[in-house]
Write a protein that binds this ligand. Sequence first.
Ligand code: ACM
Ligand code: ZN
Length: 562
Amino acid sequence: MKFKLISISLIVMSVLTAFSFKDKEIPVEIIPQPNHLQVHKGDFKVAGAVFSYTPNELEARTILAINSFASQISLVTGQQNRVETDGSAKDKGFVFQVNSSLGKEEYTINIDSDKALIQASAFQGFFYAIQSLAQMLPVEYFAAEKNTKVDWLLPQVEIKDAPRFAYRGMMLDVSRHFYTVDQVKKVLDIMAMHKLNRFHWHLTEDQGWRIEIKRYPKLTEIGAYRDSSILGPWRGDKSRYDGKRYGGFYTQEQIKEVVAYAYDRGITIIPEIDLPGHMVAALASYPELGCTKGPYNVRVGWGIANEVLCPGKETTFDFIEGVLTEVMDLFPSKYIHVGGDECPKVEWAKCPDCQKRIKDLGIKSDEHHSKEAYLQNYVTARVQKFLNEHGRSLIGWDEILEGNLAEGATVMSWRGVKGGVEAAKRGFDVIMSPNTYMYFDYYQGKDYKKEPLAIGGFLPVERVYSYEPYDGIPDEAHKHILGVQANIWTEYIAKEKHLDYMYLPRIDALSSVQWCDRGTKDFARFKQSVHRMFQRYDALGYSYSKVIDGIYGLEGVSGGTN
Ligand code: ACM
Ligand code: ZN
């Protein structure tokens, strides 16, 4: 009798287990956290589910995104997901439907046992819905290989989601260290996964010019290469060098390829041609563009150079306009970034051409600024006028606020938040990328010596997550805060896996600041979701920092402090 009782209880237990398995809530850990999310009990079976949509209602890139999602599911489940485009499969499976009452970046997802209904009004909304769906699937989805050990289920959810900020950016410096087309595409993939939509591509610097300009071929023949690179930390004259020629650049065909790749992921690329400072690679190529006419060498050290473009000479403006004409042909972005940061005025003060320009323009110094500071305003205004005449708008680093700045310029606040606060109060649009929260070249672990050598600073993921972009901005000026961006300067980041490490998982915190409604962030929830994200990064083979769990360092990249 005893034996019989046990077997009955085993049967009851297994029935209960099956029942509770079917009815359990599948945890939802999406970054950035959707703004309205309700999870219900129960699931939806993904393997073999039909995908349906009406092609003539959708952009080509939307269809591409849906089809890629369907093929990835087919690959990992090992079962083919049929795609129906004739309207015959609207009641079952994945249904993608246009809902024109939603905003461009907005989407809804409603999943019950039979159907996953995805609605959006435009490509962006559909694309973000797919990113959220991917993050609700088992992490093995990201491994891109067949896996029959996993339950290929989605949770039953209701999601209605849209971003807080329209501008959700990240910047990569490819000049201090060069990253190939494939490496840049990987950055774009990771940005897209986090629903970022602006890639600021820092293409020119003292240490390397990275974009082919047909009118000025020496920019890449000469300017794209330096003779040596720093070993270890920058110590001025005491720095050590490797003695190896270093460089590279993108052809215009490669640039077009990257722009198209970004477009298919909802990302606009904003190119930066940093001027009139940070121009030594251009000066090395065309010494006549400088105040002293050189000779100049592409810089091998870091830091700020006194050698800058000479705005006293008309040929300098011919050069700038020639470069920007080709840049505008390659990049459809409304915004073109023209730098403006860290431009020493020592050479302008001594240069007869610059002084003549100052005299001709009637520029006077005052208690706030030197004549040469106002000369930089002249450069900015002239470049802005040129861009505006071609239907584009200027972005510059917050130095462009010093002195006069013409209406219509957008300011990128980097020296903390104060430039952004001032610009918004003065009525300029602003992108907040303060080095007090958003410089991903800074250390992220407190015990610096155990971290890969970095430029300095300390910005742990908690601090990035804590950033509130409206802090210090009066209510009436909130409309000028277009969004938030993180910057990755690469003086100390020479390898792809080190690059990954510097922005994973800080990009998770960044995307939360950019996307999540004010007052909805929750670090404990975020931290849990980051651990799920780590599993996705593992599946994708990406390097990332585990310092959030007290684990330091990156194999193959030496640690240290500056
Ligand atoms: C900057 O970090 N120089 C914009
Ligand atoms: Zn000059």
